[in-house]
Design a protein. Structure first.
Length: 67
């Protein structure tokens, strides 16, 4: 369901490690998990995305919110 940009095209771009956002035609689909999930994940800081476990993601996210 979720694919990285590097699997979509062979070009070495700055966003190759981001999740690919599927094009949608209606505003109803923008809240679907397959659209909203990658949008939210790609908007996170690189430090959060590179965390090793869900616990470290939660801890780092709380630190970002409180800072």
């Amino acid at each position: 369901m979720f694919r990285l940009n590097e699997t979509i095209h062979p070009y070495a771009t700055r966003h190759a490690n981001d999740y690919h956002i599927t094009i949608h035609r209606t505003s109803l689909l923008k809240n679907a998990i397959r659209i909203a999930g990658p949008v939210l994940w790609n908007s996170l800081d690189v430090k959060l995305r590179s965390s090793n476990s869900i616990h470290s993601v939660k801890r780092n996210y709380k630190n970002v919110l409180l800072a």
